[in-house]
Write a protein that binds this ligand. Structure first.
Ligand code: ZN
Length: 201
């Protein structure tokens, strides 16, 4: 299970901060509600492209000794299952869907001048599909402004809340994803676990 790292700052600061396992150690298990601190369980690595970063970051993992499941602390500037950071995707979507720039100009606005256009189209498709649900989900944080369509309304709400703050709320409170969960992670970002069909001999 992924939960959000309770830290807002630069990627460099993040990299320094996660070296200490005690600093953000969860005091209880979010999966079985065991009331004891989780045990440090190393890191995994993931790629990330952000405005001033293109590389690999470490994500800290903890283990619950009661239910034997792991919890990883994903920094809030990164989205689960997507390689690109929230800031890049936000700049692209605003440039394309609100300012109506071309795909190439929108990619440039997001600092991704060499990006294949299919990637931008993929983000747009996912955002368009997710926009009506975002408008409803974000209503506790921002009054829905009058807008001609779901996409403009969701973009307006995200601008007033802040994209990362909105993601924090969606993910931590609702287990919802800014761009929607892909089929392989439904429901709510959890991989389906198959029960063993045959008892072990
Ligand atoms: Zn547990």
């Amino acid at each position: 299970m992924q939960i959000l790292h309770p830290f807002a700052g630069s990627i460099t600061q993040y990299a320094e901060e996660i070296s200490d396992p005690d600093r953000y150690r969860p005091g209880h298990c979010p999966q079985c509600e065991a009331k004891q601190p989780l045990t440090g369980h190393g890191f995994y690595w993931r790629t990330l492209v952000d405005l001033a970063f293109d590389g690999v970051i470490r994500v800290r993992r903890y283990l619950c000794r009661i239910c034997k499941r792991t919890v990883s602390l994903l920094p809030e500037f990164a989205l689960p299952w997507l390689r690109f950071g929230i800031s890049v995707i936000a700049l692209f979507l605003v440039a394309r869907l609100l300012k109506v720039l071309t795909l190439a100009a929108a990619a440039l606005a997001a600092g991704q001048s060499a990006m294949p256009y299919q990637r931008g189209q993929f983000w747009i498709r996912r955002f368009q599909k997710q926009a009506p649900a975002l408008g409803v989900a974000l209503a506790p944080l921002a009054a829905p402004a009058a807008a001609p369509d779901f996409v403009s309304r969701a973009l307006g709400m995200l601008a007033s809340i802040g994209w990362i703050a909105a993601h924090r709320f969606l993910f931590a409170q609702l287990r919802a994803h800014l761009l929607g969960w892909p089929p392989f992670l439904v429901p709510q970002g959890r991989r389906a676990t198959l029960a063993a069909a045959v008892p072990s001999a």
